[in-house]
Design a protein around this ligand. Structure first.
Ligand code: HPA
Ligand code: ZN
Length: 326
């Protein structure tokens, strides 16, 4: 089979990866031991067996529990370094990594430990792996906007270490407009803006992420197809969608990969990309997402090329890097 080899070998970018979602059960147990943190599961196998999700919230509960073992700058470095080595092996040339500072600062972890640890791994990836890696700070939408504003202020002394801001966690009941002020502030600071919208939430959340938050990319966005006027808008303005096929199946956004709408999104002229979201929880890293999705849907080498090109074009890399990659 030539297509699987092409998918694995082709150069690509990853634009939707939560670094806390790359924490493998083995590393969770290692860090728990190193830091003296008690876990609610007796073994790696028992933890992995709990990875059976019915929706976004059922995943988030266990994802935040897993992240509780992260305490020191080295922990954040080691987690990100493990992901970046994996990315390099999968021919990822560029990655834009989400992190959730509130998950850690709420437990008393210093903002500096989070950002310095991740940044050290990102810089090391550039030097040792030839992978360019950037950081995007995400606000947790189940918390208040005031909490997000305080988090931004805490991160500002480290502004040079991250390129953008995003919005993640429980989508339904927490619409984009809840974060209008903090996104306006991020915009003034010159941060690049993204938000999760239309994963479980309605098309209206995608409209408001664009019109109120003024984001440049939509994370997930798969529910846009229910609104033809929105699809037109996304196509006309070339708003990228960072689609995560294995995630969508694990969180029951689609019943099975064969029912995923990635092909329709591309046919509609949308700048869709393929990404892993939380690879340690959803059954695979980036290449596994490409391989399984192409096996399940009527997609060919032309689609593979389009998706890889979209991933570079949709990135926040500078034009010179994009020109080298595309
Ligand atoms: N959606 C929302 N929040 C998240 C996700 C996701 O897929 N992964 C990690 N945090
Ligand atoms: Zn996500």
């Amino acid at each position: 089979e030539r297509l699987p080899a092409l998918l694995a070998a082709m150069p690509k970018a990853e634009l939707h990866i939560h670094i806390e979602g790359s924490l493998e059960p083995e590393l969770i147990f290692e860090l728990a031991k190193r830091n003296g943190v008690a876990l609610a599961y007796p073994s790696v196998e028992a933890l992995r067996a709990a990875y059976a999700f019915t929706d976004l919230q059922s995943f988030l509960d266990i994802y935040y529990a897993g992240a509780s073992v992260l305490l020191t700058e080295d922990d954040f470095h080691d987690m990100a370094w493990a992901y970046l080595r994996r990315a390099a092996a999968e021919n990822v040339l560029h990655t834009e990594i989400f992190f959730d500072p509130q998950t850690h600062t709420a437990r008393g972890v210093p903002m500096e430990a989070v950002i310095h640890g991740l940044k050290r791994a990102a810089d090391r990836a550039g030097a040792e792996l030839g992978v360019s890696a950037q950081l995007i700070l995400c606000f947790l939408r189940h918390l208040s906007e005031d909490d997000a504003l305080q988090t931004l202020e805490q991160a500002l002394p480290l502004r040079e270490h991250f390129i953008g801001a995003g919005l993640d966690s429980s989508e339904r009941g927490h619409p984009p407009e809840k974060f209008a002020r903090v996104f306006a502030r991020c915009r003034e600071l010159g941060l690049r803006l993204v938000a999760h919208a239309g994963e479980e939430g309605p098309p209206e959340y995608i409209w408001n992420a664009l019109d109120v938050l003024k984001v440049e990319r939509i994370d997930h966005g798969v529910r846009c197809l229910g609104d033809p006027a929105l699809v037109q808008r996304l196509a006309r303005e070339h708003i990228p969608l960072t689609v995560c096929p294995l995630s969508n199946v694990k969180l029951c956004v689609f019943d099975q990969l064969g029912a995923h709408n990635l092909g329709e999104l591309l046919s509609a002229g949308l700048a869709a990309t393929v990404n892993s979201d939380d690879p340690a929880y959803f059954g695979g890293y980036l290449n596994q997402n490409y391989l399984e999705t192409f096996a399940a849907l009527p997609l060919d080498a032309g689609h593979a090329y389009t998706l890889a090109r979209n991933s570079f074009e949709a990135s926040f890399a500078d034009q010179a890097d994009k020109a080298r990659w595309i």
